[in-house]
Design a binder for this molecule. Sequence first.
Ligand code: SF4
Length: 200
Amino acid sequence: MADNSTEKGLFRLDLEEIAEQIRNCTKCRLSGNRTNAVPGEGDGNTDVLFVGEGPGAQEDQQGRPFVGRAGNKLTEILDSVSFQRSEVYITNVVKCRPPENRAPKTDEVNSCIPYLEAQIAEINPSIIVTLGNAATKTLLETDEGITSTRGKFYSWRGEIQIFPMFHPSYLLRNPSKEKGSPKYKTWQDIKKVKKALTSR
Ligand code: SF4
């Protein structure tokens, strides 16, 4: 039998095997209310991985990440620098929808994080864009909020760079495009990601 564990205790499975485990997972209470688990989607050979907080109602219905209004906003952000959704990988910290779109609880994140770790190990991106507080705080292991962490590159486990950005749903609540607004900053931030990737 193959040994799928690594020195970090992660699974070494391909993305479809990871997705299958997620769809069958009952490790935390979020499995109880889901219609569909949402493993993630995109190009498994991409250099850039986008990580949000957790699925919302539309995502839960469709089993796909970022397909509701926030998803449309993310697509708009990607379009602004000519990224296709199909050429990046998009997922979340927790793969099942928290009820009433509340933030995931610490024990839920702890139960689910091995799946994200396994996806990162399999994709091996150059850059992980964390969207919003939950993904940023979880991966950077910081208590600092997104307002102070966004727009900068952080070295992570040696070769990967983490780049926090505002969550698209935050931009829906703050639609101003004025200079200095969250939306304005986000459009600057995604350009930094594109530039970092194209200069490699
Ligand atoms: S949120 Fe993650 S750990 Fe919890 S049931 Fe869903 S896949 Fe499993």
